[in-house]
Write a protein that binds this ligand. Structure first.
Ligand code: IPD
Length: 274
């Protein structure tokens, strides 16, 4: 993979994310039609579906042999098939609940993997005008600004970001809330911004020290994942092992010290793979 083609993929992903963002922004200020998926809190709108179709058609036109993994195509019954082929991993609106409730932390996520390694990522927030992006080896940026993670090495001096997520299964919820309780005791506090990708990009730019979540999907954090590692962060499984984008859980820390202090505080929740 030459740097030249990575730059071209990154430019295309940014261009497509901005076009998709215009559609999200237009719909943001209007009434939204809600549908639900796995729980009453797992919501989707017509805009999610239309934006995903737009992204896939623009990318397919340019790269007809590339594969796609999209949140809404998967919800419509398409199984996640992640191969070594160049694969665009798309969340048309991450932070759908924020979008529905007019909270600006909502974003378009477009990532590209080759040989199952993330090589390009764009997270575009059309309401706030922030575009986070990275390509392998090229560093991470927000708009024109290079971004890097926090240098704090003590969990007691850290802000931790997580989410309650979309599952309303009582056992899962109570494990997550117990985790939050223990993390609050061990740190400066916990924040929840309502979008996995926004959470990860926030830590990538040195605001807060670590984000973890159980129950997310590959499309929620694939694009943000490469932005995070290019910003100098450590992306691992919450138990301390290698990150697995299909395992539905992640820990994104500003450094290994923070990851090693947070991991034993958490009860690790298992999910079926994506
Ligand atoms: C959700 C958001 C949310 C996280 C959920 C995700 P969606 O994605 O990222 O913050 O807690 O786990 O599913 O449904 O808004 O694309």
């Amino acid at each position: 993979m030459s740097d030249h083609s990575l730059t071209e993929y990154l430019n295309t992903a940014q261009e497509v994310a901005r076009k998709a963002g215009e559609m999200v922004k237009e719909a943001f200020y209007k009434e939204k039609d809600l549908m639900t998926k796995e729980s009453y809190a797992d919501i989707v709108t017509e805009t999610d579906q239309a934006v995903e179709k737009l992204i896939i058609s623009l990318l397919h036109e340019k790269y007809p042999t590339h594969q796609f993994i999209g949140e809404e195509s998967t919800a419509e019954g398409k199984k996640v098939e992640w191969t070594d082929a160049p694969t665009w991993i798309i969340d048309p609106i991450d932070g759908t609940a924020n979008f529905v409730h007019s909270i600006p932390q909502t974003c378009v996520c477009i990532g590209l993997s080759i040989n199952k390694q993330m090589v390009v990522g764009v997270v575009h927030l059309p309401i706030t005008g922030q575009t986070y992006f990275a390509s392998k080896g090229g560093g991470a940026y927000c708009n024109s600004q290079r971004i890097t993670v926090s240098k704090v090495k003590d969990l007691k001096k850290s802000v931790v970001i997580t989410e309650a997520g979309n599952s309303r299964d009582p056992k899962i919820l109570s494990t997550k809330m117990n985790n939050v309780h223990r993390v609050v005791e061990a740190s400066h506090g916990v924040r929840m911004f309502g979008s996995a990708a926004v959470n990860m990009c926030t830590v990538a730019e040195g605001k807060g020290e670590v984000y973890f979540e159980y129950g997310i999907h590959i499309w929620d954090f694939a694009a943000a994942g490469i932005i995070f590692t290019e910003a100098g962060g450590v992306l691992i499984d919450p138990s301390g092992g290698d990150v697995d984008f299909l395992s539905r859980r992640v820990l994104a820390a500003c450094n290994r010290d923070i990851a090693d202090q947070l991991s034993p505080v958490l009860t690790h929740i298992e999910f079926d793979q994506d």
